[in-house]
Design a protein around this ligand. Sequence first.
Ligand SMILES: [Zn+2]
Length: 333
Amino acid sequence: MDSEGSGELGTVVKSEPVSEPVPVVKPKPTEPLVKPKPPWLAGIVRQAKHVGAVAKRIDDDHWQVTRGERVLTLTDGSRKAELDGAVLFLNEAFSRRTGILALSDSDFESTLAPAMMPVAGTLRSNVIVIDPGHGGSEKGTTNDSLGLLEKDLNLDVSMRLQSLLEDQGYKVVLTRYDDRLVPLEERSKIANHSNAGLFVSVHFNAALNPDAMGLESYILTSPGAVSTNDRKAGDDAQRWPGNAFDSLNFELGFRIHKQLIDDLQRVDRGFKRARFKVLKGLECPGVLVECGFVSNDKEALLLNTPVYRQKLADSLARSLGDFAKSREGEKRS
Ligand SMILES: [Zn+2]
């Protein structure tokens, strides 16, 4: 539950006379609402140091931030970065801020920190909710020449994933088990009512450009940050229930994205952020995956094969299972 509004100094002292003496409540010194900007945000070297990492310039345009095995590669003037070899989009370009190359404050908080210093935290249950996108009258994207409907592909991959995760011992709930329309808000509600520990929404992509192909993975945009999807879906600065899991979302989403890229060897369109309705209301970490372009004739042929869809499900089961397992371990210890 959100603790907003339960400020410590908000105690109401009754003014009526009472038999007991009213204890004097001394106001505690309060933290300023807006913290002064810390000096470590001055440049990438200091930003990296603050999260236990080391930043080094590798050539004229590129910097590398490393901590242990983790490597974040940044390009001067670009939002496109790489984490452990997979593409990731920053909220804002890595650029000169007051004369020194630095990440924006929001990228420091929502990208560098979770990438270099994963937070502790356990999942609230071993229930994984899979959301096959669209359904019923909402076909999603289509490929008319192959007769492909996104809603069918989503359900097919979701059911393959369900069986793999159940084999791993997880309890799995789908937001739909057949070809029916489920409103977007309803999908996160199903996850919340099922006490989901994790949520994954399965989609396939389309673009006006027929050459566009490859894989994308999305998590909910952090409050105040700019979404990195092309259409800036539902962009606003509001804090959503799903934002309580910003760090875990990052870890889950990136793990899933990297695994998909490694396993399927398709074009890496990046790990991105958007304020998608299915992610906003979640009370657990969640991710939305775009498993390929139905609008690209070459890729659509591949998506049309059960072998490829099984590969997708295998990859998702591996990363979801690994993530869930790593978060159970902490609970037991
Ligand atoms: Zn879709």
